[in-house]
Design a protein around this ligand. Structure first.
Ligand code: SF4
Length: 721
């Protein structure tokens, strides 16, 4: 690596959705110095241990530095970019010509920058003419997207981080915030230190590090969240906490939603029995929620990653709507996004059922708007396949070519052995990656070297809708190129116009212009209420883009000649929602349990998640010795009595198996797991140890609306290895 600047570059951490600002500089001895950006509103100078260790993860060890092509004997050979791009473009063209647009797919990632994501989506939906582009964000927050769209008419996160500090009660649901979003947790902890009366409630089957600060922990039985929140809604409705004026003026659908909640969940004793929590604790939580005006309910993967994930999200939002606790400082539902740019991907239509700029694929007017704006030859006219279905379609032979970017589905997908079978029989597998050897790349026919953090340039959007710059401070290693440029080069070789961009600033400008295209005139039905808008960020020069300060969308521009640009800290202050009637929707959420329940053969419930110091499949964090020190190898956390019952012992190896696959991990007792459950982290893979992919065990059932898999609830067996 050659440093491009020794004075320090402001950029954004590439890990979790908190999106912390980072200052990166290079010492004369080549050592990279990382510090928190004091002026970045997300973190105000703080960094967690992963962010602080970024400098230890950018070496070139293991990097993919040149395009490579697999020969007929299965060996990879270095080729020129021209050869590789011709092969990708020619391969896609030939398969599309023979089998149609839906025979090819892109599988992308919340690690992509918004500009990369935008171009990938444009190529697939507007030029190839298929919506078979999905993303690993499907595994992360698609239930939140679907819940937002049902309730608000658009994928909108109402609050900002500052609201967490203004709240009098923060409820964390299915979120080990202390480990997975550490800077947000530090902000909550600091606020609680300043105002000890501020309450923190954690709703999670596990007793995690997050509980150490909580006033109350409800160790809810896995999969019963909807019962708990329907019960809360019923309690709020009938115990004087209903905001009738707000409900009447700004919502619809209360009757049906409340009838469903009352039907099964009006009796807190019954809810406590189903959720397996102490009824007095449950009532104390309900009472606290009812009596506290400024409440935030923040939720993460424990809610989203479920076959009832979308209903879980809406059952939470229902409670905020019935009490009118939304659109004002210190209150509202809050989806904590997992990845650094899951939100940016949503903005550009990175999911198979969405279009760019928060427009809908199933809306003919929206399709026409985007196609007209792009001046593209065609437009996908139906939603594409979501992640699990996409790999199933590859295995079934319906999809014959897949281009995978910045993600490792062989490790991260549920029922990951399907991915292995799918990729082994797929006619053309292209992988754009920064690393050469990954479980997924072992099946690629063409490898394209991508730029990593510090090398690439563009924008990301964090969990509070804040757009921040990722900036370049290291030279491109070897022949690695930005993803957007590679996609544009392939598109041009396929004969498509519309892919000439001078750089990320030009792509961002097109993205920003599309966000406000036809957005204004109320006479165009279906366009008048969309809140996503980057109008204030259109027309930026390269220099203005380089200097862009973190800003929350919607971003508007004043009409005055000085064209002042304004971001938006929180939404719904005017209680105008994106449904055509401007009202928010209550959504009826009949409770239903997980798709697969434990039985005699598989008597325990597997829950998966992150550990504090690793990120995803460890391709970067795995390089740092001090990060590895925290948890050096994969483990299965379980209750000591279950260990005794199933004949495994702490420190020994155990084989964990499900109907879908098996793995080996070391047994530990953290003290935070209830009997009947086990927890295994998601990070380890075949590059770190054989049989270490927990994805191979996870059941592939998905939420019927969002398509998000049920990572938190797979029946498993455990035995001594
Ligand atoms: Fe990076 Fe998230 Fe840590 Fe912030 S909290 S430094 S974004 S990993």
């Amino acid at each position: 690596h050659i440093p491009l600047s020794t004075v320090g570059t402001k950029t954004t951490c590439p890990y979790c959705g908190v999106g912390c600002g980072v200052r990166a500089s290079m010492q004369t001895d080549g050592k990279i110095v990382i510090a928190g950006d004091e002026l970045h509103p997300a973190n105000k100078g703080r960094l967690c241990v992963k962010g602080s260790a970024l400098g230890e993860t950018v070496d070139l060890d293991g990097r993919l530095l040149h395009p490579k092509l697999r020969d007929e004997h299965g060996n990879m050979h270095r080729v020129s970019w021209d050869t590789a791009l011709d092969k990708v473009a020619g391969g896609l063209r030939s398969i599309i010509d023979q089998h149609g647009p839906d025979s090819v797919a892109l599988y992308v990632s919340g690690q992509l920058l918004t500009e990369d994501y935008y171009i990938a989506n444009k190529l697939m939906k507007g030029y190839i003419g298929s919506a078979n582009i999905d993303t690993n964000s499907r595994l992360c927050m698609s239930s939140a997207v679907a819940g937002h769209k049902r309730a608000f008419g658009e994928d909108l996160v109402p609050i900002c981080y500052e609201d967490l500090e203004l709240a009098d009660m923060v409820v964390l649901v299915g979120s080990n915030t202390a480990w997975c979003h550490p800077i947000l947790f530090q902000r909550i902890a600091k606020a609680k230190e300043n105002r000890p009366e501020m309450k923190l409630v954690v709703i999670d089957p596990r007793r995690t590090a997050t509980c150490e600060l909580s006033d109350m922990h409800l160790p809810v039985k896995p999969g019963t969240d909807v019962w708990l929140f329907n019960g809360l809604m019923s309690y709020l409705a009938h115990r004087g906490a209903r905001d009738s004026a707000f409900v009447a003026a700004h919502t619809t659908g209360l009757g049906e939603a409340l009838a469903i909640a009352d039907a099964d969940c009006a009796d807190p004793h019954e809810v406590a029995r189903i959720c397996k929590v102490d009824v007095n604790d449950l009532l104390a939580f309900y009472e606290s929620f009812a009596n506290t005006e400024k409440v935030i309910t923040a939720f993460s993967m424990g809610v989203n990653q479920s076959s009832a994930g979308t209903d879980k999200v809406n059952s939470i939002i229902n409670c905020h709507l019935i009490s009118g606790r939304i659109g004002k400082p210190g209150m509202g539902p809050f989806s904590i996004t997992g990845q650094p740019n899951a939100m940016g991907g949503r903005e550009v239509g990175g999911l198979a059922n969405m279009l760019a700029a928060h427009m809908d694929l199933d809306n003919a007017l929206h399709r026409d708007t985007v196609q007209t704006f792009w001046d593209s030859p065609r437009m996908a006219d139906k939603p594409g396949l979501k992640a699990v279905d996409l790999f199933n379609a590859i295995e079934a032979g319906h999809i014959k070519a897949v281009w995978i970017m910045a993600t490792n589905p062989m490790v991260s997908m549920p029922d990951a052995n399907v991915v292995q079978r799918a990729l082994s029989k797929c006619e053309l597998v292209v992988a754009s990656d920064i690393m050469e050897k990954t479980d997924t790349n072992a099946f690629a026919h063409i490898l394209l070297p991508a730029l990593g953090w510090g090398e690439k340039d563009g924008t990301v959007t964090n969990s509070e809708r804040r757009i921040s710059r990722q900036r370049t401070f290291l030279s491109a290693p070897g022949e690695a190129r930005p993803d957007w440029q590679v996609i544009c080069d392939v598109a041009k070789r396929m004969g498509y116009r519309g892919f000439d961009f001078a750089g990320p600033h030009a792509i961002f400008d097109e993205h920003a212009r599309l966000s406000s295209y036809r957005n204004g005139p109320p006479q165009i039905a279906g366009h008048s209420h969309r809140l996503f808008n980057l109008d204030g960020l259109t027309g930026m020069s390269k220099q203005q883009f380089d200097e862009l300060q973190p800003i929350q969308w919607p971003v508007t521009r004043s009409n005055s000649t000085d064209a002042a640009v304004t971001g938006t800290a929180r939404l719904f202050g005017n209680h105008r929602y994106s449904h055509p009637d401007g009202k928010a929707r209550f959504v009826a959420t009949p409770p239903r349990g997980p798709a697969h329940l434990p039985d005699e053969e598989f008597p325990l419930t597997l829950n998966t998640g992150r550990v504090r110091d690793q990120w995803h499949t460890m391709t970067r964090t795995g390089k740092s010795a001090r990060l590895a020190d925290h948890v050096p190898e994969s483990f299965v956390d379980m209750h000591p009595q279950d260990a005794l019952r199933y004949g495994v012992r702490e420190g020994g190896l155990a084989r964990i198996s499900s109907r879908w696959g098996a793995m080996v991990a070391r047994v530990q007792h953290s003290g935070g797991i209830a009997r009947g459950s086990v927890f295994v982290p998601i990070h380890w893979n075949s590059q770190t140890a054989s049989d270490a992919r927990v994805g191979a065990l996870v059941n592939p059932v998905v939420d019927p609306i969002s398509g998000e898999p049920e990572f938190k609830h797979t029946p498993v067996n455990i035995e001594e290895f």
